[in-house]
Write a protein that binds this ligand. Structure first.
Ligand code: GDP
Ligand code: MG
Length: 688
């Protein structure tokens, strides 16, 4: 059996999905997090049930690619049951979708979610009245507390039986035409007759096209004629879709509202409203956001917590981790020596794998702390406010504010963030957002910032990293304006965003998020990064005719390659000198995966010293001796803005559905990286 979860964005579908199936899909306190359907299994006493988590939708007349996924799943794949999740704190708006779902022939059950909030705010909802007015079973639940779920699934199983769709429009001025239309569809045995009849009378463009292709072209014309005879309210003359939406809302406000026994008083301000009057204040909002982000960086990367001279928790943990790593490397080194392994095998294990992977792993505590803070900010609902604030700024520059939500996801990982652009209706907005994605520093880049913070800016690591994120955001604004004016000439569409209610971040959500990040980090470290360090070790120890040369010398294969490309990077300030090719090689491996930048520098810069048992210290010392602060900033900027990783390229290719655009995007990434790094190096050199 297959049950589909359908509901408005941010109504709690994914939270319910995770609770029912034990999965760990990403839950975010803003709309548009789920863009593809996800499947999992719920073990009911009468056998397994497949649960499908669908992207959020406000109606069954889709506009964006993610909404089409949901609509098609519901009317074409015929799930055995639809669980319609309704945010009970926002009943009237959420029921709009319910009035459309009930028109399909699928069995529908309403899960009245967020009941914990309803109770806390002192609202009261009469479930019996709601059931009667909707003609559907209604079960109060709280997906977050996992309460009411057993009841929901029992009633859901009982509701799986043939059902005939019904419409709230049955009692409206268009009832006679609707009845006639349904009869005509019934005669031809077309599935979901009520649903299709309403959509065709509405004049839904996608529906007309699909219906013409799949069922009967002549009926589309007949229905268009019938529409002429429908006398809707005079003021709605002409705009049929709006008139029908109005009828649905009128039904909800006239009848379902009775279920709200103690509704919110008009003008009553919720706690969220009060918090928002400060946090999204026109003047205070942005400064508060910047201060919040700076505090996060200060807690993780500062060597001087609140000016006390004590390292921040992040730096303290990082020191601990490096000491631990050094101990492990020392032990392994001794072990390998005891095995009488050949020199090159010992070098591969210790100078290759351990130096490379170890360099990345030593920053793990700081990366996890960064994710901890970001997911607390996200789950509480604050990040959605950040998007709202940025929207105001972006709109001044003619960019669509809706793009900022996927961009915000880009701080985690570019791959799901690029997929999240499916929430944008406009193809040009999607492309522009994908092209700007590297500007939002993803988790895999964080070890690079942490490495330079520790090596070159120990006193001001927090300021430096804050600066890197700001450079990214400013570049996004600049490059966005440039793309708008040169490539995609168009006005931005107005964007209405709904702000989710604040709530205390739940330990369970945050812990699940962290565990997922930790797991994927460790998996990547032990597979792609470990594998690639062996390759790098090999390429930096052998020359093109495959004889072993002095480690990390200019005669090695990487040395030859790096030296060849070196002139391209000399103007950026970090590639000059006899060792300059090493930075070039790190840039190149970074195109594959960003953690590789750190592991490559780990192999190339520390190899010889690792046996002393102080990997981080050796790496930091070499970096400090090789890079001037301005050159380091230029190097970081290039890594920030150029090709994020191969997975991101593949995703961009998939989302843009065009090889030409993908090549253009790659060229755009590399050239912005070059230009901005150039500016940073030369302006920075003038200033210092
Ligand atoms: P989706 O967009 O419909 O998939 O919604 P999510 O599952 O991502 O949830 C959106 C937000 O609502 C998250 O911050 C959840 O923690 C929160 N949420 C979901 N269900 C409940 C609930 O029953 N009570 C409360 N208080 N919050 C909930
Ligand atoms: Mg979701």
């Amino acid at each position: 059996m297959k049950f589909a979860l359908a509901g408005n964005p941010n109504s709690g579908k994914t939270t319910l999905f995770n609770n029912l199936t034990g999965s760990s899909a990403h839950v975010g306190n803003w709309p548009g997090v789920t863009v593809d359907r996800k499947e999992g299994t719920y073990r009911s006493p009468s056998g397994p049930i497949v649960i499908v988590d669908l992207p959020g939708i406000y109606s069954l007349s889709p506009y964006s690619p993610e909404e089409i996924v949901s609509r098609d799943h519901i009317v074409e794949e015929n799930p055995d049951l639809i669980i319609n999740i309704v945010d009970a704190t926002n009943l009237e708006r959420n029921l709009y979708l319910t009035t459309q779902l009930m028109e399909t022939d699928c069995p529908v059950i309403v899960a009245l979610n967020m009941m914990d909030v309803v109770r806390k705010e002192g609202l009261v909802i009469d479930v019996d009245i709601l059931e009667r007015e909707l003609g559907l079973p209604v079960v109060p639940i709280s997906a977050l507390d996992a309460s009411g779920l057993k009841d929901l699934m029992e009633r859901a199983l009982a509701a799986v039986r043939p059902r005939r769709g019904h419409s709230v429009l049955d009692a409206s001025p268009m009832a006679p035409q609707l009845r006639r239309a349904v009869e005509m569809l019934d005669e031809r045995r077309i599935p979901h007759p009520v649903f299709h009849a309403v959509k065709l009378l509405e004049g839904d463009a996608l529906e007309k096209k699909e219906f013409r292709d799949r069922y009967a072209a002549d009926l589309v014309e007949r229905f268009d004629e019938m529409k002429e005879h429908i006398a809707l309210s005079d003021d709605m003359e002409g705009d049929f879709e709006a008139a029908i939406a109005d009828l649905r809302y009128r039904h909800i406000t006239d009848r379902c509202r009775r279920a709200l026994v103690r509704p919110r008083r008009a003008g009553e301000r919720t706690l969220s409203d009060k918090i928002d009057s400060v946090l999204t204040n026109r003047y205070l909002g942005i400064p508060i956001f910047l201060i919040v982000m700076f505090c996060v960086f200060h807690l993780i990367f500062s060597d001087n917590l609140l000016g006390s001279g004590v390292p921040s928790p992040g730096v303290w943990l990082q020191d601990l981790m490096s000491t631990l790593m050094d101990q492990v490397i020392g032990l392994v080194d001794a072990g390998v020596a005891g095995l009488r392994a050949s020199d090159w095998a010992r070098s591969m294990v210790v100078d290759g794998i351990f130096a490379g992977v170890g360099a990345v792993l030593s920053f793990l505590p700081q990366i996890m702390m960064l994710f901890l803070f970001l997911s607390i900010l996200e789950d509480s609902g604050y990040m959605a406010r950040a998007a709202f604030l940025m929207d105001r700024i972006l709109r001044c520059f003619g960019l669509s504010g809706k793009s900022f939500l996927p961009m915000l996801m880009g701080f985690g990982c570019s791959v799901p963030a690029m997929m999240a652009t499916r929430t944008l209706e406009d193809e040009r907005d999607r492309r522009i957002t994908i092209m700007l994605m590297p500007c939002f520093s993803c988790g895999a880049k964080a070890p690079i910032w942490a490495m330079f913070a520790a090596a070159l800016f120990p006193q001001h690591g927090d300021v430096m990293i804050f600066g890197v994120y700001l450079v990214g955001i400013l570049t996004a604004i600049g490059a966005g304006i440039l793309l708008r004016t040169l490539v995609f000439r168009k006005d931005s569409v107005p964007f209405i965003m709904e702000l989710p209610a604040y709530h205390m971040p739940r330990a369970k959500n945050v812990a699940r998020e962290l565990w997922e990040k930790l797991r994927s980090f460790l998996v990547r470290a032990s597979t792609i990064i470990a594998g690639a360090t062996v390759v790098i070790w090999f390429l930096s120890n052998f020359n093109p005719s495959l004889t072993m040369v002095e480690p990390h010398g200019a005669e090695s294969i990487l040395g030859v390659l790096g030296t060849f490309l070196q002139p391209l990077f000399v103007p950026l300030g970090f590639a000059s000198g006899p060792d300059g090719w090493k930075a070039v090689v790190a840039i190149l491996t970074g195109l594959i995966a960003k953690e590789m930048v750190v592991s490559t520098l780990g192999v190339l810069y520390t190899g010889a010293d690792v046996s002393d048992g102080a990997l981080s210290a050796a790496l930091a010392a070499t970096l400090a001796a090789t890079f001037s602060p301005v050159a380091a900033l230029s190097f970081m900027t290039f890594n920030l803005l150029s090709v994020p990783c191969m997975a991101a390229v593949a995703t961009a290719r998939g989302e843009m559905k065009s090889a030409r655009w993908t090549w253009f995007t790659i060229a755009f990434w590399i050239s912005t990286a070059w230009v901005v790094s150039f500016l940073i190096f030369h302006v920075g050199s003038l200033l210092t």
